[in-house]
Ligand binder design. Structure first.
Ligand code: F0G
Length: 473
């Protein structure tokens, strides 16, 4: 049983200790703000919804809106990169002035998350025709996805509130991350995943980190519905991105990105959309940085979905963003196989605020984009590749201009979904009569493994043939 809930903690949490000698912001006195009716609450219920109107909550702090206090932040955050304190070694807690503060540093559960690289993508930049193209690779986090940045914060507050059990519904990455942070924090974790619809590598992470793992005969949306009911009945703390502490941690992706770009905002940031927590978090961070005068202008934040899981695209197209248009989701990019995204309204708000676009891409486009990112020596999981496919579409539409700077957010590691990669290179992905022609068009991106006799001649002959054929991309 929890000794208390997060709900009664908000107003008392006054500033994490700043170990550096530099001054810090005054303690973060965060509150919960309802995105629907605008209520400000010092407490949040178990389901993280507003008691008045049922809408989602976000975390706010007046200090995050006053430019005067931000002047020293850039140098303070940079200095912390030389520190060996465990909080400073985290690429999330390094930015703690703009996060809700736990009661004590001792409560923080960290795996040194964040600190992810920003890579240039010269080949994709040339082939797509955009002048500067970067990938912010969140797959380089400890459990291989962007979820870790949010999980360190939300798991910390779960433990601080005294919970023994944490739980999530997941397409795989949230469960892997939650299970790891729960294990590090001495909590137990309950995972609800759709049976047969998540990759083995993600599932195996949850098992190894000791989660109680339930494969439910439903889809992700069914798992999430069930979890919502569960948290009303059982003393478990939900760690889906409905939990606003998750989104606070995920904001740091944007802080770190801007720091890596010497605080010169790119023109566009492009992110995959599933349950729409990450786009909401990045958008919130951009707006906070603008309010604090940390950046001179706002990048446009665009969200890309798979055609078969395009709830946000349809919500904007068919309902003008006023109500959610749910879909029956189907895509091989299983991480974003979500038809009823919980944070759709937050995502609509940040798209409007930053002037971003929302687009959908086909399974073929996803497969090609993933192969191209792989050929840069970087790689990512299928859901992340929608960003490059989406960029091509936005360039064709003229929304992104050739002379602009674009950052793709790669959300998960290549190793997260080896089946997809193997099937692609063996020519088995997208096979079937309907797809035959398009599938063949991707042959130049394929590098299938060869089975040879174990002789020097066979290997040399193969090498010579490959040299004659030239590079495949
Ligand atoms: N990319 C990857 C690799 C993901 O795992 C997810 C979501 C997304 C993109 C979409 O992010 O939901 O914030 O819009 N995965 C969740 C999970 C749903 O359970 O792992 P989002």
């Amino acid at each position: 049983m929890p000794s208390s809930t997060t709900s009664d903690r908000g107003s008392e949490n006054r500033g994490s200790e700043n170990r550096g000698s530099q001054p810090s912001l005054p303690g973060a006195a965060y509150r919960f703000h309802c995105i629907g009716c605008g209520s400000i609450l010092s407490a949040a219920a178990h389901d993280f919804r507003c008691a008045e109107c049922g809408n989602l909550l976000e975390i706010t702090d007046p200090a995050w809106k006053s430019p005067g206090v931000a002047t020293h932040l850039k140098s303070l955050w940079r200095e912390r990169r030389l520190s060996n304190s465990s909080l400073d070694l985290s690429g999330v807690w390094r930015f703690r002035e703009l996060l809700p503060a736990p009661d004590s540093e001792q409560h923080v559960i960290t795996l040194r998350e964040g600190n992810t690289p920003l890579y240039e993508l010269p080949r994709s930049s040339r082939s797509s025709g955009v002048s500067r193209l970067f990938a912010k690779h969140q797959g380089m986090n400890p459990t291989g996805s962007f979820k870790d940045a949010g999980m360190t914060v939300a798991a910390t507050f779960a433990r601080q509130a005294g919970y023994r059990w944490v739980a999530c519904a997941s397409t795989g990455n949230t469960s892997a991350s939650m299970a790891a942070y729960a294990a590090r924090g001495g909590m137990r974790s309950l995972v609800l995943v759709p049976e047969g619809k998540i990759s083995w590598s993600k599932l195996s992470q949850a098992l190894d980190y000791g989660a109680l793992t339930c494969q439910l005969r439903t889809d992700f949306d069914g798992c999430l519905r069930l979890l919502q009911e569960l948290v009303r009945r059982a003393p478990v703390y939900q760690l889906n991105s409905i939990n606003p502490f998750r989104l606070e941690g995920q904001k740091t992706l944007a802080f770190e990105l801007l720091e890596q770009l010497d605080w010169q905002p790119p023109d566009h940031i492009i992110v995959p959309g599933g349950n729409l927590g990450n786009s909401s978090a990045i958008g919130k961070a951009l707006l906070e940085m603008r309010d604090l005068s940390l950046i001179p202008s706002l990048p446009k934040l665009s969200v890309i979905q798979a055609e078969g899981a395009n709830a946000l695209v349809r919500t904007l197209r068919e309902a003008g963003g006023k109500h959610l248009v749910s879909v029956q989701a189907e895509t091989r990019a299983t991480a974003i196989r979500i038809g009823n995204p919980a944070s759709w309204q937050k995502a609509v708000n940040v798209l409007l605020a930053t002037g971003g676009a929302c687009e959908e891409v086909s399974e073929v486009e996803i497969a090609q984009a993933k192969a191209e990112i792989g050929a840069e020596g970087i790689g990512c999981e299928p859901a992340s590749a929608v960003t490059l496919a989406g960029l091509r579409k936005l360039l064709r539409q003229g929304f992104v201009k050739n002379a602009e700077t674009v950052v793709l957010v790669l959300t998960g590691s290549l190793l997260k979904d080896p089946d997809f990669t193997m099937e692609f290179h063996r020519g088995e992905l997208l096979s079937g009569a309907d797809n035959e022609l398009v599938s063949r068009s991707l042959n130049r991106f394929r590098h299938p493994p060869l089975v040879l006799d174990a002789t020097l001649d066979a290997v040399i002959q193969t090498l010579e043939q490959a040299e004659k054929a030239g590079p495949s991309l």
